[in-house]
Write a protein that binds this ligand. Structure first.
Ligand code: GTP
Ligand code: MG
Length: 425
């Protein structure tokens, strides 16, 4: 029975979840994560089925026996859909829809749906639409199944929902247009970045698995009121704030979109300009939720995504978060002892903030260069700039010029280097 869009958008749809996992050790993480994604997309799981799969079947992803099992279960519980924790090809999705006699949502669609719900900024919405259309395009070649034609609600929510009936040509044109629009937004962002670069403070990005506590930490450090929520992908648009550190230092901190295991490649591509904030950072703060048993797998996924962004070699401060939930407090101390450049914190309780601040000051100090220079009075303006581009320690107006001792960012250091002197004498 076809349902109206309005109805399906507001109401929760029910689903049979098909967990797919190759490694037994990851079971808990895989299941918790898919449930979290469903919740964020307003999908209510009413039954689950597990499948350990080494190699997906070409046409159907799942094996024949499993397909029958899922079909019977979906019928029995009367679910609106089946959610498969995999990236399905167009043909696989269609074949499964025919077999299950209801719509089939894969992991990518689920994430796209959450992103569509979350997107607030113009750039975010453009990126979501681009991702949805790029996802849909290869499938437009095939004939829609009757379930696809009836589809509303999940998987089709947001900017792309009227596009399903469009032909390939129109979708391609729209993709080209969106790509241009995103370029425009990106140019503005680049300009903002350049103007921030005029300041002395280094850039840092908070990265981490979704729900690790990045926004909670950002709020605590900079007094922002960003949405911090237990649901995955609470944050979609990056936010940058200046954060004051002890000893007169400061930095620009950006809260970013959360990472997730197997972040679909199309999504990474569409959100590249958002994720680029990470690429432009001088260093990253990697927030890890150590209260999750699977935190090590989560950390690996984050490192993989960073590698994909060519940002794996950035200096990194590791923050073991949510230590208030650890049963054994010694565990936090062990981790910090084991991992250089790390601190144990509770972003929500505010524990460990002094340790964190000290780590950050050290990191920032490493990025600044200590300079002593004798600047001619004819170029006095440059001394003024030092205050804006670094931390000034001494200014002495002497007969032969202005003596300056300061910690400066690389750009400013270069400008002053021609006046550099060995020392005060
Ligand atoms: N117990 C505990 N909970 C925390 C802590 N830090 C964050 N949380 C909770 O964890 C959940 C996720 O926090 P967020 O700050 O939204 O996480 P995030 O990393 O920004 O998540 P995304 O933006 O979705 O990627 C929220 O419910 C927070 O209240 C902590 O130190 N201890
Ligand atoms: Mg967040």
């Amino acid at each position: 029975m076809a349902r109206g869009l309005e109805e399906t958008q507001s109401s929760t749809e029910t689903a049979v979840l098909v967990y797919i996992n190759m490694d037994e050790n990851d079971d808990l993480m895989v299941e918790e994560e898919l449930e979290g994604l469903c919740e964020a997309a307003a999908v209510e799981p009413i039954a689950v089925i597990r499948q350990r799969l080494d190699r997906p079947h070409k046409g159907t992803y799942l094996g024949k026996g499993k397909i029958e099992e899922v079909a019977a279960l979906a019928k029995e519980v009367g679910s609106d859909m089946v959610v498969v924790d995999a990236e399905l090809s167009g043909i696989q999705g269609r074949n499964l829809e025919e077999a299950f006699e209801r719509k089939v949502i894969d992991r990518t669609q689920l994430i796209l749906d959450i992103f569509a719900r979350r997107a607030r900024s113009k750039e975010g919405m453009l990126q979501v639409e681009l991702a949805q259309l790029s996802y849909m395009l290869p499938k437009l070649m095939s004939v829609y199944t009757k379930f696809e034609r009836q589809r509303g609600g999940i998987g089709m929510r947001g900017p792309g929902e009227t596009k399903l009936e469009s032909d390939r040509r129109m979708v391609k044109d729209r993709i080209a247009r969106l790509t241009e629009d995103i370029e425009d937004v990106k140019r503005i962002r680049d300009q903002q970045r350049v103007s921030r670069r005029k300041h002395p403070f280094p850039f840092a990005s908070i990265v981490g698995y979704t729900s690790a506590g990045k926004s909670t930490l950002m709020n605590r450090m900079s007094g922002t009121e960003l949405l911090a929520d237990a649901m995955p992908f609470a944050t979609l648009d990056p936010t940058t704030r200046k954060v004051d550190l002890p000893e007169g230092y400061a930095l620009f901190l950006t809260d970013t979109v959360g990472f997730i295991r197997h972040l679909p490649t199309k999504l990474v591509a569409a959100f590249r300009s958002t994720l680029e904030e990470v690429t432009y950072s001088d260093f990253v703060l990697h927030v890890i939720d150590v209260s999750t048993p699977s935190w090590e797998s989560q950390r690996d996924s984050v490192m993989e995504t960073l590698a994909g962004l060519k940002a794996e070699d950035k200096p990194m401060v590791i923050l073991f978060n949510k230590i208030d939930r650890l049963k054994d407090p010694a565990e936090a101390r062990r981790l910090v002892a084991e991992w250089p450049n790390s601190a144990a914190i509770s972003a929500s309780k505010g524990t460990g903030m002094d340790d964190l601040m000290n780590l950050l000051v050290n990191q920032v100090k490493n990025l600044l260069t200590h300079v002593k220079a004798l600047v001619p009075y004819s170029n006095a303006a440059i001394v003024q700039d030092c205050y804006d581009y670094g931390r000034v320690l001494t200014v002495d107006y002497r007969d032969e010029g202005i003596f300056v001792e300061a910690d400066l960012v690389a750009e400013m250091h270069k400008k002053l280097s021609k006046y550099a002197v060995a020392d005060e004498a």
